[in-house]
Design a protein around this ligand. Sequence first.
Ligand code: FES
Length: 217
Amino acid sequence: MPKDTAPAWTPVALSADLPAASVIPARLADAALALWRSAGGTVSAVADRCPHRGMRLSHGFVRGEALSCIYHGWRYAKTGRCLAIPAHPGLTPPEAIRVATYSAAERDGILWVAAGEDAGAPPAHDGFAGLRSITLAATAETLAACLGTPLSDGGLEWSVRETRARLLIAPAAEDGSILLHLLLAADATDAEKVAASRALETLRRTAEAAAVTGEAA
Ligand code: FES
């Protein structure tokens, strides 16, 4: 795994899963997030809780460069500041109305989030491309034991037949399951992508069975 890893960064999604002008839920180990991309392509991450009445902002919608809450339509900038309150169209919302923000970055087809600011650059995965993400009801340690590969910087080196692959791991839920992103060599053929995707499903079944029995293959 690359050594320029900033430990604070968590891989929360693949770029392909967040088109322009959309919002999806995401997670850090201790925080639920709304991850959104503006119409212009900027990626931002905010706490998944509207400051008004607590609605999940990941249920909201994106218009232009702002994220709107689905409940009463309060609109937020990527800085977290509330820009507008539809019920009071003449009001400039006070500075104090804002949603907590996180550092967000995009690199090599992966979306990264870190708590706070000035997290530096996220890890590089030159030569790889994100293929798919899955949730796995097993720990990272169980997964590593199934592959017989040591965990390194929050991920695992893997190969499917002769194709180089990487597995990036992020906490997915409060139940202890993990979120797994499969990266494949950027020059992989369609047939290699299909094979890798199937191998990932097999790996999931193996790891989840091992998690239940307490035995890693
Ligand atoms: S709960 Fe979000 S605008 Fe009211």
